[in-house]
Design a protein. Structure first.
Length: 274
């Protein structure tokens, strides 16, 4: 089993590197703190993890906290502790020498997910549940720009954004509000053409990939990747089927434009066109 997982890793990295050399000319660019601002550092087992939201990131941070001795079990760590506790260091918090030393000697990994599924997962999480950041900041702007005859209530709260409106915002070159890490390209979040990742895991094969990675870094035997769903745990995970239902609400041209928007992620991580 390990052998086939080694081969899968080799193949994923090959495709990633080939895509980079074909489309990107930034192979010799200087790595700045901005490029590594999404990378979390675990010094004990020498791991660098680039956070891709909606691809298992909460549970990966739990694993890093356990590796670092900050908790004895992933089950003990609450969602808010993971995201707002500031227990894990980020790579951009180190000086130039510290950044380069870690990039050159630590095991660098990222986990990704099918782009449309990741997008729908983010939409459901941020817009279909009460949220005191995404509704007032993104929701209000989206509704006021894309909804004809919006009610005063909708404009006041920013709640009830429809998927179609969200996609209009995403594809708008003059977006009323900026980009957000939950729907940005992996390509932009983790700079895989600039940083040579040692391990590329996929959400779709999370259990195998995660446990293989833990085996590679020599993690304690009893540490496995947690299976629990972090938020809205009573709700079904976003699947291919659910993703289709959301994309069925769009016009063919919006679907094509959405694919074009994530084209590099599809190509680089070898996901077939939906």
């Amino acid at each position: 089993k390990w052998r086939s997982l080694y081969q899968i890793q080799g193949e994923r990295k090959r495709i990633m590197r080939e895509t980079c050399s074909k489309y990107k000319s930034n192979n010799r660019r200087i790595i700045t703190p901005y490029h590594v601002s999404r990378i979390f550092v675990e010094d004990k087992y020498r791991v660098l993890y680039c956070e891709v939201p909606k691809a298992g990131c909460s549970n990966w941070k739990r694993v890093l906290m356990v590796l670092n001795g900050l908790a004895s079990s992933t089950k003990d760590i609450q969602h808010n502790t993971v995201h707002y506790g500031n227990y894990l260091k980020r790579l951009d918090g180190f000086d130039h020498k510290g950044i380069y030393h870690r990039l050159n000697t630590y095991t660098k990994m990222l986990f990704i997910r099918e782009p449309f599924e990741k997008l729908v997962s983010a939409f459901r999480d941020k817009f279909e549940h009460p949220n005191n950041y995404y509704h007032p900041v993104f929701g209000k702007a989206i509704i006021s720009r894309y909804r004809v005859n919006a009610t005063k209530e909708a404009l006041r709260t920013g709640s009830g954004v429809k998927f179609k409106e969200f996609i209009q915002y995403l594809l708008d070159v003059h977006r009323p509000v900026g980009m957000d890490i939950h729907w940005d390209h992996v390509n932009r979040l983790c700079s895989p053409c600039l940083i040579d990742y040692d391990f590329v895991g996929k959400f779709e094969s999370m259990e195998d990939d995660a446990n293989f990675f833990l085996h590679l870094i020599g993690a304690p035997q009893n540490l496995t990747f947690p299976k629990f769903k972090d938020r809205h745990s009573n709700e079904e995970r976003t699947t291919t089927k659910i993703t289709r239902q959301y994309f069925a609400q769009l016009s063919p041209s919006q679907r094509q434009q959405s694919y074009d928007f994530y084209y590099m992620d599809y190509l680089m991580f070898n996901y077939s066109k939906p």
